[in-house]
Write a protein that binds this ligand. Structure first.
Ligand code: KPL
Length: 334
């Protein structure tokens, strides 16, 4: 019997749409060989719901092909069947709000997986839920929501899920599902290192792209910016070590270059936020690094400078311009 009967994706930004569209595509082309779960993408972003329900989600792929997909999207938490997997893909500043609304959505053996950028999301989810159900992975896909209902996929990268004692069968089922849906996924015993490597990539790429307006490939092609990105990522080795995560400098540099090349035409998610006049995820990226560095008396001047520069941009965002809260108040029916 399949361990995954229903998947609930929380968040309808670029990553939420990318995962939902991969599930929907697989359902369209389903073979008899794989038992696919149902899925629902949950959001209270009404413009996005209206666009998808009226005309489907239009998706452009890196090879130039496209598709129009009718995704299952709702803002009604009461309409959802119990989820065996809840995939959290909201912005970091929405995690706390969302975390407090997930428990009623879970089936008995459910797991909650966050693939969000940044540091601290897993801890917030674990605090609000049963910690043994919550897992952090990473994804290096590049995608951009050009407007509600229109997704551009810039590059399909790897998704890494953690190896776990408690949820391993479910985790394998999740990895099999993503792989079946065309999203290359591995389970790794070294997920902490990879999570920190991804954090280093996000700290190196996202703020600089937001400040310069450059796409990921343009950043790495500029020798000065490349050197700066390597310095930013390099600062995180000592911070990671302070919480017992071993990051290797050379492989972190290589990872920064590789992701920029694989998503070269992509505007980083932080640049997308700034261009749309929305709040960024700087606090869960450089903010989290600087906070940890301060706790352990480690100097991180590059991360601190980026944190202050992006905070300045964030301070100009008029209130209400952040993404709409992804799940509204949970309406109890009983
Ligand atoms: O995670 C990303 C982001 O934009 O947030 C990368 C990997 C840098 C892809 O753009």
């Amino acid at each position: 019997m399949s361990l995954l009967k229903h998947v609930t994706i929380i968040g309808s930004g670029a990553m939420g749409c990318l995962f939902a569209s991969a599930l929907e595509n697989a359902r369209r082309n389903r073979g008899a060989d794989f038992q696919l779960p149902d899925y629902t993408m949950v959001t209270s972003w009404q413009e996005q719901i209206d666009a998808i329900q009226c005309g489907g989600l239009r998706v452009g792929y890196p090879d130039g092909s496209g598709a129009v997909l009718s995704l299952n999207v709702t803002n009604d938490l009461n309409s959802l069947p119990g989820a065996d997997l809840v995939l959290v893909l909201v912005k970091g500043y929405q995690t706390k709000h969302v975390a407090n609304r997930i428990a009623p959505l879970l089936s008995e053996n459910a797991i909650v997986v966050t693939l969000q950028n940044g540091w601290g999301n897993e801890a917030l989810l674990a605090k609000a839920l049963e910690a043994s159900k919550v897992f952090q992975g990473i994804t290096s896909n590049g995608a951009e929501l050009l407007r509600p209902g229109l997704l551009k996929v810039a590059g399909i990268g790897k998704t890494i899920l953690p190896q776990t004692e408690t949820g391993n069968d479910q985790m394998k089922a999740v990895a099999n599902l993503f792989n079946y849906c065309g999203l290359p996924t591995e389970i790794s015993a070294k997920s902490s290192e990879l999570i920190w490597q991804k954090l280093a990539i996000n700290a190196a790429v996202n703020p600089l792209s937001a400040l310069t307006g450059l796409r990921n490939g343009e950043l790495i092609a500029d020798a000065d910016l490349k050197a700066r990105m390597f310095r930013i990522a390099g600062e995180m080795i000592a911070v990671a070590a302070a919480i017992n995560v071993e990051l290797d400098e050379e492989s972190t540099r290589q990872a920064v270059s590789k992701v920029c090349e694989a998503t070269s035409t992509n505007r980083s998610s932080m640049l997308q936020d700034v261009l749309r006049g929305r709040q960024t995820e700087i606090e869960t990226i450089c903010g989290a690094v600087v906070a940890l560095a301060d706790q352990h008396d480690i100097l991180v001047p590059e991360n601190r400078e980026l944190l202050l520069a992006i905070r300045e941009l964030d301070s100009r965002v008029p209130s209400g311009q952040e993404l709409p809260i992804v799940i509204g108040p949970y309406a109890q029916t009983n």
